[in-house]
Design a protein around this ligand. Structure first.
Ligand SMILES: [Zn+2]
Length: 212
């Protein structure tokens, strides 16, 4: 894999520093090693202030193209992007999405459960208060049972779950931001993690990411 550096905008890493040649150097890398090669630049390539033609580097080294000090953070990003672009097996990255997905499902279920409990509590309190009032006014336990039944039916009918949908939509929105193809970031939130696991590849036809 290769990253080119120079003043020409066709390079992967570019700078408009006049001491940098159009095609100044290139970096060759695999998973473990990074080499920098000078490509006959006018003002030379330097690693820790020593001029080099070809040298193994790591991204803690000070790299200079002519007078230009290379932004190692940016260079690292460019290298990483290239690695991702060439990578097709995203099994490890996909596996890492499972806990993320599960947490969202848990949160969705939690909303249902807590809303259900809240409704039960409200209905119980209203029914109990009504029963107590009837007992205090009429003093007849048989009225209480009748009122209790009516109140239960009425509160079931009148008190409905509130803002559950909004809360769920918020969670689903966040899920579609986080549960995405590790390569192209296409959202996978319309189906379950298990579905995509079985499917084994990204739904985006322009993306070649796969996972087992
Ligand atoms: Zn993809």
């Amino acid at each position: 894999m290769r990253v080119t550096l120079g003043r020409a905008t066709t390079n992967n890493y570019t700078t408009d520093d006049p001491s940098v040649s159009n095609s100044h150097a290139y970096i060759e890398f695999d998973d473990t090693h990074i080499f920098i090669h000078d490509t006959n630049s006018a003002n030379g390539t330097f690693v820790n202030n020593i001029q080099i033609i070809k040298k193994e580097i790591d991204l803690t080294n000070q790299i200079k193209l002519g007078n230009h000090l290379v932004d190692n953070k940016l260079l690292n990003q460019i290298i990483h992007q290239q690695k991702v672009a060439l990578q097709t097996d995203f099994t490890k990255e996909f596996q890492e999405l499972e806990p993320v997905y599960n947490q969202y499902i848990k949160n969705l279920n939690k909303i249902d459960t807590s809303e259900k409990n809240r409704l039960i509590l409200i209905r119980l309190v209203i029914t109990a208060v009504l029963m107590l009032l009837v007992f205090l006014v009429f003093g007849k336990p048989s009225y209480m049972i009748f009122v209790g039944l009516v109140a239960t039916m009425l509160t079931n009918f009148l008190i409905k779950p509130s803002n559950v949908r909004e809360k769920k939509e918020d969670i689903q929105l966040n899920l579609s931001d986080d549960f995405v193809c590790p390569k192209c970031k296409t959202s996978l939130a319309n189906k379950s993690w298990k579905y995509w696991k079985k499917n084994g590849s990204c739904p985006n036809s322009k993306c070649n990411a796969t996972w087992q």
